[in-house]
Design a protein around this ligand. Structure first.
Ligand code: PXG
Length: 460
């Protein structure tokens, strides 16, 4: 788009007048105007004032292959010229989603051989919720329909997504959530572990909260448990190693389906194609979106495990659910090319054996000793930095979130885009980051922390 036609101030005025942004305080936006990003190249984004910013958030957990990939533009353009769209309803199909489905079945865990497409993670989770309930109805147990989810979980912003998620502010605005969803504690050791409790014990305790919820409701009433392998939007909360095996054991014991939400962790972020592999989880559904196309096109794929898929086929009858754009050929063509790039450049292996371990080490070495840093943690290229007032007691500055926001603002001004959740700084950069990019990000994080410390030291 030719922004030269407009001044930045004019674009910002039009933006705040006509564009209702997601998750935004609109009064605040009108007063201050939005940050205008105009271009991307490799790991960098550029704003309308010409600033180059290292994108520590990959767009919004999306651009695993980075910006400026001509091949993806070419794939979209070729598909648009040949067949821009045809639906996949009424026993019709098109080649691109067929090819993509075969590729996805090859990459996914062994029991995942079918996918259901949508345009977003929220839609895919809506499908997943309907599907697990439909599964139990087909199995003659329609009363088995409660889904257990977790505080801090994020599963999207449709009514089903927000109901599944564990964000109280979102629940308050729902005007009535989807019924029969129960929330349990998150495996967030930094805030929730008891004094002296080991990570291992805390992980088991957090998993057993799932069992308590099953027992409270009655196992014959519980359809499924849903969780992100690593909570993303809730603050990159990485569970202790003891957590997922115990959750798995509990789900198996009570015959509860296990739904994984890998909208953020899918396609290499944790150093495996899916975090199910990183954490050794065997799921019945896996929700994916975002990095499936590296965000170049809106597309979600819900993997449906053999157990559910076989029941759908064997018991027959129509599943009354689907979206116009399910299996959109342009989005699928871009996804195929995106997966090819991830594969041919060895990005997943690079995260697993090189950049992931290096990021973890550098965050610890260079930031861990800083007076504002309570903890650094990461898995693959997904990281969190806890900002505290007191390293020993883990007390936070007040009001909550203000200290991390200050650090974030300094980071962005210093050329590094990061996100903040409460008092946690989070990062999820493109998988093309190298050791040098990680060094640059750490330089900018240290500078931002020092600038924030200069203001915050007097408040201790
Ligand atoms: N599940 C997970 C785990 C997600 O992270 C969704 C579902 C919903 O996807 P869609 O495509 O419907 O947005 C997400 C999305 C943030 C942020 O602030 C995170 C998401 C979306 C918007 C903002 O970190 N994650």
């Amino acid at each position: 788009m030719n922004i030269q036609k407009y001044s930045l101030a004019e674009l910002q005025r039009i933006d705040s007048t006509h564009f209702l942004h997601p998750f935004t305080d609109h009064k605040d936006l009108r007063a201050k105007g939005a940050r205008m990003i105009v271009r991307g190249e490799g790991p960098f984004i550029y704003d309308a004032e010409g600033n180059e910013i290292l994108d520590g958030m990959a767009g919004l957990w999306c651009l695993n292959v980075g910006y400026g990939r001509e091949e993806l533009a070419d794939a979209a353009s070729a598909q648009m010229r040949e067949l821009p769209f045809y639906n996949s309803f009424f026993k019709c199909t098109t080649p691109a989603p067929v090819q993509l489905s075969a590729k996805l079945a090859e990459l996914a865990p062994p029991n995942m051989n079918q996918v259901f497409y949508g345009s977003s993670g929220s839609e895919a989770n809506d499908t997943a919720l309907r599907l697990v309930r439909h599964y139990w109805a087909l199995e003659g147990k329609p009363e088995k329909n409660i889904v257990i989810s977790r505080n801090y979980g994020y599963h999207g912003s449709t009514i089903a997504g927000a109901s599944l998620g564990g964000m109280p502010d979102m629940h308050k605005q729902l005007g009535g959530a989807v019924p029969n969803i129960v929330h349990v504690m998150a495996p967030y050791a930094f805030d929730l572990a008891l004094p002296g409790e080991s990570d291992h014990d805390f992980g088991l305790r957090a998993a057993r909260a799932v069992e308590d919820a099953i027992l409270a409701a009655g196992a014959d009433k519980v359809a499924a448990f849903i969780g992100e392998p690593v909570m993303g939007a809730g603050g990159v909360k990485i569970p202790p190693a003891s957590y997922w095996p115990e959750v798995q054991r509990i789900c198996e014991k009570y015959d509860i389906l296990l739904m994984l939400d890998e909208v953020i962790t899918g396609y290499g972020r944790t150093g495996e194609w899916f975090a199910a592999t990183t954490f050794g989880i065997k799921a019945d559904t896996i929700t994916t979106a975002k990095a499936l196309t590296s965000g170049y096109q809106p597309l979600s794929a819900l993997f449906v495990g053999d157990r559910i898929a076989e029941t759908l086929v064997e018991k027959g009858g129509e599943f009354y659910h689907g979206y116009t754009y399910a299996g959109h050929p342009v989005c699928c063509a871009v996804a195929i090319k995106n997966l090819e790039i991830i594969e041919s450049e060895g990005l997943v292996e690079r995260v697993r054996s090189e950049t992931g371990p290096y990021l973890s080490e550098q965050l610890g070495k260079r930031l861990g000793g800083h007076p504002l840093v309570g903890e650094t943690r990461s898995v693959g290229l997904m990281a969190a930095i806890e900002i505290v007032k007191d390293k020993k007691t883990r007390a936070r500055f007040q009001p909550g979130g203000s200290a991390a926001t200050l650090v974030r603002d300094h980071a962005i001004a210093g050329g590094l885009m990061v996100r903040v959740v409460d008092d946690t700084i989070i990062m999820a950069p493109p998988l093309i980051w190298t050791w040098e990019t990680i060094d640059l990000a750490c330089d900018r994080l240290v500078a931002a922390l020092d600038l924030a410390e200069a203001t915050l030291a007097s408040k201790r």
